[in-house]
Design a protein around this ligand. Structure first.
Ligand SMILES: C[S@@+](CC[C@H](N)C(=O)[O-])C[C@H]1O[C@@H](n2cnc3c(N)ncnc32)[C@H](O)[C@@H]1O
Length: 228
């Protein structure tokens, strides 16, 4: 594991950092690669990685395609660690809330948001004409209209779906594994998160497992293209 990530893990006791790691979303580096193959990235185009944590997608896109990558997160420590990791010096890092991005309209040829806050209006605002939009996202799969409602919401902002991969089963299995491991190694995690922190994190994971098992919540990868 890269040293800057180890230092973050020491400073931030949180299950999602412990269990998801550098590519901090469902499916990890495999789902990053799946999206990247479909994102139409090219050398020199501007790509934005929103809620980037340590910017795994941005740094990978720099390395594989030579894009000009930008990454934002609300937490400066995460960005500082990303800058110190492989290819981090080639990324432009911004401490900013994805709901109010410090970029002009139409700046980016590819906008990414992986398991983070995903505000349709702001992501659409900073995307250029014919941009791609890559999401790894929780989606409603119950009576709230299902995945179709999610796709229609983006269509209303001018985005057409070009690729979709179901991740609901992967996410359910991942959350089950996290819950089981938290229980199995309770003394370790109680020491790491504190007793109250441990129970709070276990509660959160248990409610996620329930929501996914009952089909209330789902997960997926989405690539959209902008026609406007
Ligand atoms: C589960 S991690 C995903 C990180 C990264 N996208 C990845 O896939 O590796 C969620 C990240 O989103 C960031 N975040 C949450 N809400 C945000 C917001 N409104 N604006 C910017 N960053 C946000 C958190 O600080 C955290 O680093």
């Amino acid at each position: 594991m890269p040293a800057p990530l180890e230092a973050l893990i020491a400073d931030y006791p949180a299950w999602w950092i412990d269990f998801l790691g550098e590519h901090n979303h469902v499916g990890g580096s495999d789902t990053t690669a799946w999206l990247m193959e479909r994102a139409q990235l090219e050398a020199g185009v501007r790509m934005l990685d929103c809620g980037a944590f340590v910017g795994a997608a941005a740094r990978t896109a720099v390395r594989r395609y030579g894009v000009e990558a930008f990454a934002n997160d609300i937490n400066t420590d995460f960005l500082r660690a990303g800058r110190a990791m492989a290819d981090g010096a080639s990324v432009h890092w911004f401490t900013a809330d994805t709901r109010r991005l410090p970029f002009r309209d139409g700046t980016f040829a590819s906008v990414w948001c992986l398991d983070s806050d995903t505000p349709p209006r702001e992501l659409s605002r900073v995307a250029a004409a014919r941009a791609t939009l890559c999401l790894c996202s929780e989606v409603p799969v119950d009576g709230r209209g299902g995945v179709e409602a999610f796709i229609e919401e983006w269509a209303a902002s001018g985005w057409s779906l070009t690729a979709h991969r179901q991740l609901s089963n992967d996410a359910t299995q991942l959350w089950r594994r996290v819950e089981a491991e938290l229980v199995r190694r309770r003394p370790h995690f109680e020491e790491r998160y504190s007793k109250r922190g441990y129970l709070a994190q276990l509660d959160l994971i248990a409610s996620m497992v329930r929501a996914y098992e009952t089909g209330e919540q789902g997960h997926g990868l989405f690539v959209f293209a902008r026609s406007l």
